[in-house]
Write a protein that binds this ligand. Structure first.
Ligand code: MG
Length: 203
């Protein structure tokens, strides 16, 4: 399976990192070994002093597809959750400055945390979904998919030009503003429409 991630998909988040607002989706991937399954802790990695949370809506692919058109993209996923795109911000900053790839900052073990998936159906409007992250019971990120620069369906069209989407692949669709650092003993909880789906402790 593939873990496909979209960067800078909310303009307020791009601004908070002093990044350009992109004109095309920014794509990167994480390996399967990056998965952090529900209720598992993230062990703070020794190579960073600045691990950040990025709370994102995640869709799960249910049908193989290449060159998916935006108007048919709704047929290619059937479950959503919230995920955390953990990022070693200090390492990422160094890589960016040197113009080097991001993987060591973005794709390390445990960097792709997933909540429990919930099924969606024809009544779900993917372009109007509220999600939220709490850090130690305090809300730190709030987003709605209607604030995305590129919608879920536009993302699937774009990504599938380059990479065949396969059943079981997951797509992290970008984080809204409000990212920040985590510390050992922090508790992170993610919600969709008020329903708690994700819980990660930092150890
Ligand atoms: Mg992200």
């Amino acid at each position: 399976m593939k873990i496909i991630c979209i960067g800078r998909n909310y303009s307020e988040h791009a601004k908070e990192l002093n990044s350009e607002v992109p004109t095309e989706p920014v794509i990167f991937m994480k390996p399967k070994s990056a998965l952090l399954f529900p209720e598992k802790p993230l062990y703070y990695p020794e190579f960073s002093d600045d691990i950040h949370y990025e709370c994102e809506l995640v869709v799960r692919i249910c049908k193989n597809g290449k060159y998916i058109q935006e108007k048919y993209a709704h047929k290619y996923y059937n479950a959503i959750t919230v995920g955390l795109d953990f990022t070693a911000r200090d390492v990422q900053q160094r890589q960016k400055e040197k113009g080097l790839p991001w993987e060591i900052a973005k794709a390390f073990d445990g960097s792709a945390a997933l909540g429990e998936f919930i099924p969606i159906d024809a009544n779900t409007n993917i372009d109007n979904i509220n999600f939220e992250l709490k850090l130690n019971d305090r809300t730190v990120q709030k987003g709605n998919t209607n604030e995305m620069l590129f919608s879920v369906h536009q993302i699937l069209e774009y990504v599938s030009q380059y990479f065949t989407l396969n059943i079981g692949d997951v797509v992290f669709t970008g984080t809204p503003a409000g990212v920040g650092p985590v510390n050992v003993y922090d508790k992170l909880e993610g919600f969709i429409e008020g329903q708690k789906l994700l819980h990660v402790d930092i150890r």
